[in-house]
Design a protein around this ligand. Structure first.
Ligand code: NJP
Length: 237
């Protein structure tokens, strides 16, 4: 297909599965994470026969590093067709126990990271008059949960940001959408993927399927938002 994608937070969990699925679709990848685990993920993808994978150990909140990843991707593949803003962190505790450092860090990764990558890819996509920007937000962006004020605030921010961007770039042929999962079995919020207590939760494949569907949708189709949650997880509506 010749398309290329940048996937943030692809060293494990949902992002890693998105990387596998898009690679399987023939998409050339740039994957990144903040730890050196990201290079091991690249090795795994290489071992599975996917050659076109670049890996970057980068914090999504660092402007210069983000610009470098986007430029390196564009130089290597000649385009940036898909951006998947997946990197995110979660912290759940009573509001009076949340420190200013934790507040800042969570907003840096979950919101500023989305801003910086979007800002960096939009000029390239505008020039090409083509592109898809997908952000993994959360099903908490449509309700609220106790002990989740900080995390919920970041995802509401992301939702508003993506909504505005969508209208801004549409006339340039760029599609924007969010995938909003409920509880997914990953390493999120210091948990362990595969823990038996999470057996009824969504699997990384469920979310990656949604992202792949959105990213590979025919050009005439626009998917704004997909909400997915475990059948076992109910919400106040
Ligand atoms: O989490 P996890 P998920 N710069 O912890 C990377 C949303 N979501 O897959 O930095 C760059 O297994 C980290 O890599 P490393 C959630 O908000 C989830 O569940 O090397 N990368 C790892 O690859 C998030 O937006 C649930 O440790 C950074 C990845 O991010 C998305 O799903 C529910 C980074 C996180 O993998 C993926 O999370 C929901 C940084 N500064 C929404 N910091 C759920 N799991 O239940 C972290 O509603 N990463």
């Amino acid at each position: 297909t010749g398309q290329s994608a940048i996937i943030t937070g692809a060293s494990r969990g949902i992002g890693k599965e998105i990387a596998k699925q898009l690679a399987n679709e023939g998409v050339k990848l740039s994957i990144l994470g903040s730890s050196d685990q990201i290079h091991k993920t690249k090795e795994e993808l290489h071992a599975e026969g996917y050659e076109d994978v670049l890996s970057f150990q980068v914090d999504v909140a660092k402007e210069k590093a983000v610009e470098e990843v986007v430029q390196a991707t564009n130089n290597a593949y000649g385009s940036v067709d898909i951006l998947v803003n997946n990197a995110g962190i979660g912290l759940f505790k009573p509001v009076e126990d949340v420190t200013v450092e934790e507040w800042r860090k969570t907003f840096d990764v979950n919101v500023q990271g989305v801003f910086l990558f979007t800002k960096a890819v939009v000029p390239i996509m505008k020039k090409a008059k083509f592109g898809t920007i997908i952000t993994i937000s959360s099903d908490v962006a449509r309700y609220t949960i106790p002990n989740g004020a900080l995390y919920t605030a970041t995802k509401y921010a992301v939702q508003g940001f993506m909504g505005a961007i969508s209208q801004e770039v549409r006339e340039h042929g760029i599609r924007v959408g969010t995938v909003n999962p409920g509880m997914v079995d990953t390493y999120f919020a210091d948990s362990k993927q595969g823990d038996p207590s999470k057996k009824d939760w969504l699997k990384v494949k469920d979310i990656a399927n949604a992202v792949t569907y959105m990213a590979r949708a025919p050009k005439h189709m626009m998917i704004d938002e997909l909400h997915l949650h475990p059948f076992a997880q109910d919400y106040p509506r």
